[in-house]
Design a protein around this ligand. Structure first.
Ligand code: DGT
Length: 129
């Protein structure tokens, strides 16, 4: 089974749209859309990690809200434990790492390609309204 990678990701909703970003080339699952976030550093609290990632990737200050979903997913090369938190952000996000960024309506989420680990969350969000 190998290492378990602890990951946090942010569900950011504004005016009925969700903020998604696209994974960069030369990364695991390159080209797929995702909820912004990343790996938790050793010893770091999940909420702190998520605020750090959103600052690094999007240049925003975030307020971390409720835990929406916690998923374990195994790939051939690793297992990830992903926690998705609802987040509110201050200011206008900027894709600081050259990643594509989009605000999409809930109904449009299922037509974007996301990692399989996100499938259940996508299903829930797209049926919310
Ligand atoms: P690397 O290249 O090994 O440093 O990996 P990174 O930095 O590209 O991966 P990172 O830090 O984004 O870790 C997130 C992991 O969780 C990655 O294996 C992809 C997976 N994942 C699945 N769904 C999501 C999602 O919605 N958001 C994020 N951020 N990661 C997701």
């Amino acid at each position: 089974m190998g290492e378990v990678v602890e990951v946090v990701a942010a569900v950011i909703e504004r005016d009925g749209r969700y903020l998604i970003t696209r994974r960069l080339q030369d990364t695991h699952l390159a080209g797929l859309w995702e909820f912004p976030g990343g790996k938790i550093w050793p010893g770091e609290q999940p909420e702190v990690a998520l605020k750090r990632e959103l600052s690094e990737e999007l240049g925003v200050t975030a307020e971390v809200g409720e835990l929406l979903e916690s998923v374990d997913w195994s790939y051939p090369e690793k297992t990830v434990h992903i926690r998705f938190f609802r987040c509110a952000i201050l200011g206008a996000p900027q894709p600081l790492q050259g990643q594509e960024m989009l605000w999409v309506e809930a109904a449009e989420l299922p037509s974007r390609r996301f990692p399989e680990a996100d499938a259940e969350l996508i299903r829930r969000l797209s049926h919310t309204r």
